[in-house]
Unconditional design. Structure first.
Length: 368
């Protein structure tokens, strides 16, 4: 049964979402996922993991990088390709999100897909692939040391990417993730903004695996302090990856500043950015389509927004990031633990959440 999203529960969030309230509201963006769920044949170890793939240019056969910016609020994690994004302000290929010990195979598979998808260019020219692969740790719910993600799982997520993707919670790279000691995972949201006579979209996707229960704040209410049952951990051991996409024309330095605002977005739900949390954010723009530098002209031009008009994009990013985290939680399902065994990571009780927020005057949903 599909669970209601945050807005359908009556939770109040700022801003106007796109038609799907999702990253895929940004034109051209595709998202795909694969799950790896079962038990290891040799020792019965529980497997709850997967891959989320984001294709900024869809399945376009012409290799065109997207302009991008990167920000690490707390660097206890990995995002490949970030050095060149910082220096060049662009990247080519898919973004893959998975667990910490599957970064290598995800990178290998993404490189293989890029080489195959753009075969003519890679056969004729000296070009190289540096895809973005980011991770969070799912070892509480998944046999992470077993490295159960395979090349085929990654390729399945990439090949299955679509414009009407809508699967949150225990899905893709978020299958085994925990958020504020409730079941977390994959979440998304979007905002539409008006600049001059044009409308643009800011879309956000999170892999939410961070936070302690006492910190949890939803719609400004400290609900975590009132929902203390079934706690799992005593100190921060997770991370969060935030991917921001927009069709708003932006320079790489502007996108870096946009990426920083994800930190304000995750902060709304209470996290201070714990020491053991890899809080890493990437922002990209699908505007200003240009060829790979080695295949392009000596000079090129780009369009970008005036810096003085960026505040609406900043606010949209903060709002959508906050809502994406909560969407990941309310979509999630109870999951048994792997380490330690014999417990459950519970999904947040949405009926109780609605009751708490209604009592505080911060929810429009009906009483359960």
């Amino acid at each position: 049964m599909t669970k209601k999203r945050s807005r359908a529960l009556g939770l109040r969030f700022r801003g106007t979402p796109g038609p799907r309230n999702s990253l895929v509201d940004v034109p051209g963006i595709l998202v795909g996922q694969s799950q790896v769920i079962g038990e290891n044949e040799s020792d019965g170890a529980q497997i709850r993991t997967g891959v989320t793939a984001i294709l900024p240019r869809g399945f376009d056969r012409t290799p065109r990088p997207v302009l991008a910016g990167y920000y690490s609020l707390n660097g206890n994690g990995e995002m490949t390709g970030s050095h060149w994004i910082r220096d060049a302000g662009k990247f080519l290929g898919p973004i893959c999100l998975t667990n910490t010990h599957s970064v290598g195979i995800a990178h290998h598979a993404a490189v293989r897909w890029i080489i195959s998808h753009y075969a003519g260019v890679f056969e004729a020219e000296h070009v190289w692939a540096m895809p973005v692969v980011a991770e969070t740790y799912d070892g509480v719910l998944n046999d992470i040391n077993g490295q159960h993600v395979t090349e085929e799982h990654v390729l399945a997520a990439i090949r299955g990417a679509k414009s009407d993707w809508a699967d949150e919670g225990n899905t893709g790279g978020g299958t085994g993730m925990i958020c504020y000691e409730f079941k977390g995972g994959t979440g998304t949201s979007s905002r539409r903004i008006r600049i001059g006579d044009k409308t643009f979209t800011i879309g956000v996707l999170v892999q939410a695996n961070h936070g302690l229960r006492d910190w949890l704040t939803i719609c400004g209410e400290a609900v975590g302090l009132q929902m203390q049952e079934d706690r799992l951990i005593e100190r921060e051991t997770g991370s969060i990856i935030v991917i921001i996409a927009t069709d708003l024309p932006m320079r790489p330095d502007q996108l870096s500043r946009l990426a920083r605002r994800a930190g304000l977005g995750i902060g709304r739900a209470g996290t201070p950015g714990g020491n053991n949390s890899g809080d890493i954010f990437l922002a990209l723009s699908t505007a200003n389509e240009q060829p790979m530098p080695g295949l392009g002209p000596d000079f090129s031009q780009m369009t970008h927004i005036n810096d003085d008009l960026l505040d609406s994009a900043y606010a949209a990013t903060v709002d959508a990031t906050d809502e994406a985290v909560i969407n990941a939680m309310v979509a999630a399902e109870d999951t048994p633990t792997f380490k330690p065994k014999g417990r459950f990571c519970r999904a947040i009780d949405t009926a109780r959440l609605v009751a708490l927020l209604r009592a505080a005057g911060k929810c429009d949903g009906p009483m359960a």
